[in-house]
Design a protein around this ligand. Sequence first.
Ligand code: SF4
Length: 334
Amino acid sequence: MERKIPWDNTARNTLSECNRKYYFSQLIASKSRTKQLPRKVHELKKMQNISMWQGSVVDRFMETEIIPRISEKKPMDFTALAEQAVELAKKQFEYSRLAIYTDPVDGKLETAPEFCILDIHELGKPFEEREVVEAYDNIRAAILGLPEIRMPDGQTLLGFLQQCNRLTPNVYTWMVEIERAVVKPQIDLLALHDWKPVIIDWKLSRSHTANYARQLTICGIVVYLKRLATPDKKPYRHEDIRLFEVNLFKGVVKSHPFTAERANEMIDEIHLTSEDIALLLGENEEPDIRDFEGTDNDGSCKICNFRSICAFLYLNDVYDEKAFTEFVQANQFA
Ligand code: SF4
C-alpha cells in the first residue's frame, strides 16, 4: 500500500529550508518519554522565544476565555480579562523556568494552560527582565484592544463574532487526504456566520510583510473537502468560505479570498510536495538522520530550534541526555 504522507504548511516550509530540520521536526519528535532523543527533540520543537510566546499566550487566551464568553453571551470586562491574560503568562513563565515539562508526572499534560517552554530557560539564553515586562504589556494591550478591532466592512470584530451561529476555537482534528498527502491543519477559530464557514487565524506579529494567506487557504481546502465528503449536506461553494487573518497586536483584520483557482493551485502544490517528501523518505519506515542533509544557510541555522541537538549529533553518534545537557551549557546556542 502506498505510504501516506502527513502534510502541513510548516512541514512543507521546513523541508524547503533544511532536510535535517525536517527530520527533527516531522519525523522523530515525539511526546512520548520512552526514548530520550525523540522526547528532547519534541521539547525543542515546542520551545519559543519571548516574541513568539506572547502571541501564543494571547492565542490560548482567545481559545479558552474570550471565545467561550462570546459563545455563551457573557458580559466581558476587558480590563479584568487583560489582567487574567497576564496572569496566565506569568504562570507559563514559571512553568518554563522550573522546567516542569521535564517532569514525567507534573509535566505530563501538555494541554494544561500553563504548559510552556522558553528558550531563555531551555538553552539558558541571556535575557533582560525588561523583555518579559514588555511581553506582559503587549499581552495586556492585545486584550484591551479587542473591542476596537474592526472587520473589513467596518463592523467590530466582537460584533461580528456575536452574530455567528457557532464558534469553535482550536480545531485540530479535521483531516482530509489529497492523493497520498494527509492534510490536518490547526484552525484557530472556525465560525459559522449565516451558516457559512468563516476561518480566523489570530496573529500577534509586528511584521508588515508576513503573509498568512497560504495557511488560511489550506484551512479553507480542508473545510471545503470535508463538506464535499458529507453526502447529506449541500456542498459549499468556494466563495462561501471566508478567510480572515486578525492581527491582535496591530488591531487589523485582513481578508484573504478563497476561490476555486487558489484552492486548486494549493491542491497541486500539496500533491507535488508530498511526492517530494515521499521520495526523500523512501520505503524506509525508520528514517536515518544520515539521509537528511543540513543546510549551508547560516541564517536558517541561527534561528533553528534544533541547532543544539543538530550540532550535538554531528559530533556524537549516540544521544546521551547528560552529555547533551553539558554540551548545551558549554556552548552558546541562543
Ligand atoms: S541547525 Fe541548521 S542544519 Fe541543523 S537542522 Fe537546523 S537548519 Fe538544519
